[in-house]
Design a protein around this ligand. Structure first.
Ligand SMILES: [Zn+2]
Length: 233
């Protein structure tokens, strides 16, 4: 599926210095996140994200949205609109995961648990191509946001965790709220500790639904409405 090839994630610096983003898969945080005990339906019913703290936002460009989710760096991009896109991402993704298998329910509960530490909210950051971002290995590693990345998720051992970035200049993010919602949820799934079993490009080239991992299946099933992927979740 074409859209999937541009949903990219980075988990470590090795990616930057080697041949492609597959190397990012070297950095595992498997099982880093415990499952929440909050029921998925309870969480989704409360989901009504809205910038809560305008004063805070004015000075620091953080918008607390409620439900343990915060926007960062989004002032120039209509934070209310982005809040609604984020709400759609979480509602669509979590409600869908709740309907399928034991493993998809567990995944939804891990997503919820990312939002349950009041001192360390899940942050969705707005970035632009060329913005510097710091990678996880050393203090001096800084890269610019490459134009082909739609978003990425910081690794669980990074002190910013849980934090996902959206490249606001990427064509998928710019094209529609649905595209941006898919990128947000894709990256949030990485934050639970999930990795791709193959690169985005390999999955696209093979074109076989069996080759997709749980992230791929979730996005195809829940956001693209492709039932054949739901059957594999
Ligand atoms: Zn990914």
């Amino acid at each position: 599926m074409k859209i999937f090839t541009v949903l990219v994630c980075i988990f470590g610096a090795k990616w930057a210095f080697s041949s492609g983003y597959e190397a990012a898969l070297d950095f595992h945080c498997t099982d880093s996140v415990d499952a929440s005990t909050t029921s998925i339906s309870t969480y989704v019913e409360k989901l009504s994200l809205w910038p809560l703290d305008q004063l805070y936002a004015t000075y620091l460009d953080y918008h607390r949205l409620g439900n343990g989710i915060t926007l960062s760096g989004c002032n120039k991009y209509d934070p209310i609109k982005i809040a609604k896109i984020a709400e759609d991402a979480f509602k669509t993704g979590l409600s869908c995961l709740a309907r399928h298998s034991e493993s998809s329910v567990l995944l939804a509960k891990k997503v919820i648990s990312l939002t349950e530490n009041p001192l360390n909210e899940l942050i969705i950051g707005c970035m632009e191509t060329g913005d510097p971002f710091k990678l996880n290995l050393t203090d001096k590693d800084t890269l610019n946001m490459p134009s082909y990345l739609a978003g990425y998720s910081v690794a669980c051992f990074d002190d910013r965790f849980p934090f996902v970035y959206l490249n606001m200049e990427h064509k998928v993010v710019r094209a529609s709220g649905k595209g941006a919602a898919k990128v947000i949820f894709h990256e949030v799934l990485h934050s639970t500790g999930l990795f791709h079993t193959k690169s985005h490009k390999e999955m696209k080239d093979e074109g076989a639904i069996q080759s997709g991992d749980l992230i791929y299946r979730t996005i195809q099933c829940c956001f693209e409405g492709k039932k054949e992927f739901c059957d594999l979740m």
